[in-house]
Design a protein around this ligand. Structure first.
Ligand code: XIL
Length: 388
């Protein structure tokens, strides 16, 4: 008997002696990642290097297709002192994402808020010197990640947090109002392959901020400044947000300019002890995700964290803690908000345009005036303490 015939005989024996067929394997449960892939939407979350190897990173690999470094690629981590470049934290985040077949959103090259810009940069008053320092930083970061990170929030938060004017950053003070266009052009010049994004806070609920941000991007496009997309952070300080139609119109305004859209930092805070909190939050998440799915230009929904145990909000003193703003509870169990997001992803992108059968969130637009929090306790540390 040849080896092949022997093997075939064995197989026959095996199959004929098996009394009952093995029970069919249950199909793997869908994840946000698999549902997002099917719907054509990146679903992301944040990562700190210290979270690699924890439940956080397990859930991140399973449930999410995109990763944003919560702090590891920011200026205060990468170049805490002039000329001292620290890529280890960012590299760890990138290596994790690559190992898990995930995309990385580069966040961010410049943050137009002084409290998040290292003191040594803030101290510069000479435009030529600041320009050289900005160029060095962009050269170093884009050079280091060339070919591995395509999508960059080149400038974060060009507008003031709770107003409609430009943020008062060292970049604007020293380089002048043209600094934004100048920096976007420079990043494109350094690596023409990257996607150039602007990322902004609170455009969905700070009064007048959507129109102000739209005017900024329109001016940039009119001046032929390279700009591929807008990141709308979508941090909600309560489940009350713009209603579905208002949010959809905001996305449509950017799409009409030919821009791509990502919801880059979604979280929905709840009031401690509010019995309606989890349900209201689920509806807010449902509306956010459904609105993105209904807008063909909207390609990503990233949540700013995974577990309620690790939210930046509770570390900043902005709102009474615990705010429980994320999709998973402190023990990494999926919350009603998770189910709402999964259901919307499973329904996919509607063919009939930006209206669907889903419930809209509250129609009130919050006018909360709480200021955004303080800078990280140790601005030069890659991983702030709250994330463990
Ligand atoms: C936050 C991080 O979550 C904190 O750990 C850090 O102390 C400060 O920055 N808008 C942004 C994010 O664009 O980068 C911020 O992340 C949250 C607000």
């Amino acid at each position: 008997m040849t080896v092949a015939a022997f093997a075939a005989a064995l197989l026959v024996t095996a199959s004929t002696t098996t009394a009952t067929p093995a029970p069919a394997q249950a199909p793997p449960a869908p994840t946000l990642r698999s549902l997002g892939d099917a719907a054509g939407l990146r679903v992301g979350a944040t990562l700190e290097p210290g979270q690699i190897g924890s439940t956080h990173s397990e859930v991140l690999a399973r449930e999410f297709s995109s990763v944003t470094a919560e702090n590891a690629m920011k200026w205060y981590t990468i170049q805490p002192e002039r000329g001292r470049f620290e890529f280890a934290a960012g590299d760890a985040v990138l290596a994790f994402a690559e190992a898990n077949g995930q995309e990385v959103r580069g966040h961010n090259l410049l943050w137009a808020q002084d409290q998040f810009t290292p003191a040594w940069v803030r101290a510069i008053t000479d435009p030529d010197e600041l320009r050289a320092v900005v160029h060095d930083h962009i050269d170093a970061v884009l050079g280091h990640y060339r070919g591995r990170i395509q999508r960059w929030d080149v400038v974060n938060e060009p507008l003031e947090t709770l107003g409609t004017g430009p943020s008062d950053s060292v970049f604007r003070r020293v380089l002048g109002p043209g600094w934004l266009a100048e920096v976007l052009r420079y990043a494109h010049e350094v690596d023409p392959e990257i996607e150039i994004w602007l990322n902004e806070y609170g455009t969905d609920w700070v009064p007048g901020k959507h129109q102000a941000f739209l005017a900024v991007v329109r001016d940039l496009l009119d001046a032929d400044v390279p700009l591929d997309g807008v990141g709308l952070q979508t941090h909600r300080l309560s489940p009350d947000g713009p209603d579905r139609a208002t949010f959809a119109r905001q996305l449509a305004d950017h799409a009409a300019l030919g821009l791509r859209i990502a919801l880059t930092e979604v979280d929905v805070a709840t009031a401690p002890g509010d019995p309606e909190g989890p349900a209201d939050q689920a509806e807010a998440y449902r509306t956010i995700v459904a609105t993105c799915l209904a807008q063909p230009a909207c390609e990503e929904v990233t949540t700013w964290g995974i577990s309620d145990a690790d939210t930046w909000l509770d570390g900043q003193g902005i709102l009474p803690a615990p705010t429980r703003p994320l999709l998973f509870d402190e023990a990494y169990a999926p919350k009603p908000a998770y189910d709402a997001v999964a259901a919307e992803l499973a329904a996919g992108r509607p063919t009939g345009g930006p209206t669907s059968t889903t419930t809209a969130a509250s129609t009130t637009t919050t006018t909360t005036t709480t200021a955004l929090g303080a800078p990280p306790a140790t601005p030069v540390a890659g991983a702030p303490s709250y994330s463990g």
